[in-house]
Design a protein around this ligand. Structure first.
Ligand code: IFM
Length: 482
């Protein structure tokens, strides 16, 4: 996959970013021994049976059941039926040779009202799942919150209620006490930026609010909840805990001061809004000006509390943003500009593998040598059914190959990258897009629930089997790949 780099300037990542520390492609550099090869999913996107065995409804259950919210009109009532087919799915993971699997817990399965009463049947499901993974030799990475908040807590204000930090810590502690002996890594939140931006600023995701006044409050409470869970973990947990964020390098579409300023704002909002408080106990200086009167005065003690040591950061990387000023879309006042000559996935996300190594190196430069995982990376592309069975997805194969090479370059440049999780193991419910966007390396027929390995799954299995040696330049590219 050849990407035309329309903007050779360095990315604007927390200010001018010196890429001279980036030591080049290092294509023959191997992945370290013990590098973790995994795949990721999330509860609401795959489980189905959202109300089974005493589970309470989540915000996503409500959202998908509200007409007009999901493009295809689909809900997560069945999704990949993983709640009942988890054994089959573990067998698939085993077939691929996965060393780890990143899953998330549905909060309202375990605590139907969000706090208080534990639903033993819900908790048992996750006990069986992690036990099954371990029996298959697959290490579980468990995310506590991947967007599906108990509806009962939304009724109490959800992420806008300061009490949510305590609610989340209570929930987290239930999980830590029940599963810590079987879980290798815990992640508190998945992509808090998407929750505050999609859920509270633009209203395209659950709970569907659109308010510049709410978004910073939700973001702040997400951070407070993350910190409260980490604090709880330090007293009861024995493994590792971290935070998962989605990041993308931002480039100005031109060197005009308008575009450069817009790019800095966009970078502050998406890339630094969560990591600066966690590592530096402060918000990026651009944010108060961007939100104006909607930006609250946050107590300094909150920021001190948010800075809790994390054992790792999980990076979800898909694309970059080439940004241009557009005053009609506050608070960023920046929009993405399509790049002629670039390849775009079905999500309309530009394929830009170099951005992955830039991102990993930027974290090292700005926040220090924290261990990193790539907790999501992948592409929604149109798969082609093959006459003899199977699915051809050359764009995804090329996407994975090029991003894995970028990951390897970052390791060669000194990044402490511990593992890689492809998004996603299975085609699944892509939130407000329904099942219209397929990210899986395993094809799911949503009528029959039949699972079929795509070419990308075979490719990834080979990557795992060879610990990445198959990515060397001299290894033939799969037929049809760009
Ligand atoms: O499907 C999502 C996932 O839930 C969070 N990260 C991005 C993926 C693709 O949009």
């Amino acid at each position: 996959m050849v990407t035309a780099d329309a903007s050779p300037e360095p990315p604007f990542f927390g200010g001018a970013f010196d890429m001279t520390s980036f030591s080049g492609p290092a294509d023959s550099h191997p992945f370290p021994d013990g590098f973790v090869w995994g795949a990721a999913t999330s509860a609401y996107q795959i489980e189905g049976s959202p109300l089974a065995d005493g589970a309470g409804p989540s915000t996503w259950h409500r959202f998908t059941h509200t007409p007009g919210r999901v493009l295809t009109g689909e809900t997560g009532d069945v999704a990949c039926d993983h709640y009942r087919r988890w054994r089959t799915d573990i067998a698939l993971m085993r077939e691929l040779g996965l060393g780890a699997y990143r899953l998330s817990i549905s909060w309202s399965r375990v605590l139907p009202e969000g706090t208080g009463r534990i639903n033993a049947k819900g908790l048992d499901f996750y006990k069986r799942l992690v036990d099954g993974l371990r029996e298959a030799g697959i290490a579980p990475m468990v995310t506590l919150f991947h967007w599906d908040l108990p509806a009962a807590l939304d009724d109490r204000g959800g992420w806008l209620n300061r009490d949510i930090a305590g609610w989340f810590a209570e929930y987290a502690e239930v999980l830590f006490r029940a599963l810590d002996d079987r879980v290798a890594w815990w992640a508190t939140l998945n992509e808090p930026w998407v929750v505050s931006d999609g859920g509270y600023l633009h209203g395209t995701l659950a709970p569907g609010h659109a308010s510049p006044f709410e978004a910073p409050i939700a973001a702040h409470n997400l951070l407070r909840a993350h910190a409260a869970a980490v604090q709880a973990y330090r007293t009861v947990g024995r493994r590792e805990i971290g935070l998962v964020v989605n990041l993308e390098p931002k480039f100005p579409a031109s060197q005009s001061s308008d575009d450069v300023t817009a790019t800095a704002r966009s970078d502050a909002y998406m890339n630094r809004q969560f990591l600066d408080p966690v590592f530096l106990a402060s918000y990026p200086p651009e944010l108060p000006g961007m939100f104006g009167e909607a930006w609250p005065v946050f107590p300094a003690s909150d920021l001190d509390a948010i800075r809790q040591r994390v054992d790792f950061v999980g990076v979800n990387y898909y694309s970059r943003g080439v940004m241009q000023l557009d005053p009609s879309v506050p608070p960023e006042c920046a929009v993405r500009v399509p790049q002629p000559g670039s390849v775009y996935t079905e999500m309309n996300w530009e394929v830009y593998p170099r951005g992955l190594s830039d991102t990993l190196l930027w974290i090292k430069e700005r926040y220090g040598d924290v261990p990193l995982f790539i907790t999501e990376n992948g592409a929604a592309v149109a798969d082609q059914a093959l006459p003899g069975g199977g699915f051809s997805d050359p764009l995804r194969v090329a996407y994975l190959r090029d991003h894995l090479r970028a990951a390897r370059s970052a390791i060669a440049a000194g990044v402490d990258l511990r593992g890689y999780f492809v998004w996603s193991l299975l085609d699944n419910l892509e939130w407000n897009h329904g099942t219209s966007k397929r990210f899986g390396i395993v094809h799911v027929n949503f009528t029959t629930q039949r699972r079929t390995l795509k070419d990308s799954a075979h490719f990834y299995a080979e990557v795992i089997r060879t610990n990445g040696a198959v990515l060397a330049d001299d290894v033939a590219r799969p037929e049809g790949a760009c």
